[in-house]
Design a protein around this ligand. Sequence first.
Ligand code: SAH
Length: 255
Amino acid sequence: MHRFFVEPEAIARNTVTIIGPQARQMEEVLRLRPGDSIIVLDNSGWQYEVEIADLDEARATGTVKGKSLVTTEPQTKITVFQGLLKGERFEYVLQKGTELGVVGFVPVVCERCVVGQIREASSGKWQRWQRIVAEAAEQSERGKLPMLRPAVMFQQACENVRGFSVLAWEREQAVGLRNTLRHRLQQAPKGKKPGRLFSLNLFVGPEGGFTPEEVQRARGYGIVPVSLGPRILRADTATIVATTAIMYELGDLGD
Ligand code: SAH
């Protein structure tokens, strides 16, 4: 069944009204017809099975037939702080990260970022990025849309970050991602059960990497620099590999 994230206002009691591009997609691309069923999500973690009552290219209405909680969201909420990348590489991170279950993306302006990328992050790409995230979330049957946050400066990102945070650094030799996670799982903070991690922030650099000063600064804020092994990965690869490895270690890719 096709899935659509909609604004919460689109669902009023038992009636769903979808307007704009989604209605057009339903009518013209997917060729849905009255009587067909779809899944509608309002980003609350619930999903609604909806039978289409009426449909044209501008507007679709339907009736809610059932409601259930979505159970596909990962236990550990990973937020990716991504040094700005060239357009299509950042889009790759958004798409694959969403499929994996990342809950938030924060583009980060680093010392080795390129001016063009900064302009892109602050301009017209926003809607396109949002669409990539939504499509990936629908396709991968997520229950919630990952948050796409506005770009921030590296310093600001370090200052505002809360909770357990790691930074992928290719020059780190002593501290690996896996041991860092295992250590953290054993040493739960006061009041928290060991063996669980509710959230994690993952910092990955731009193509040119973090500067040594940036790594030092991050350390000062309690962010742990970690290695992903002896080979240098491209930035977009590093993000997806680190996310996968963290989820695997924490059991979020199945047992
Ligand atoms: N140009 C840099 C490499 C940057 S790789 C250089 O040659 O030194 C881009 C980003 O991917 C890095 O900032 C880091 O966050 C991540 N990364 C790539 N390979 C990594 C590894 N082996 N361990 C940890 N992080 C890595």
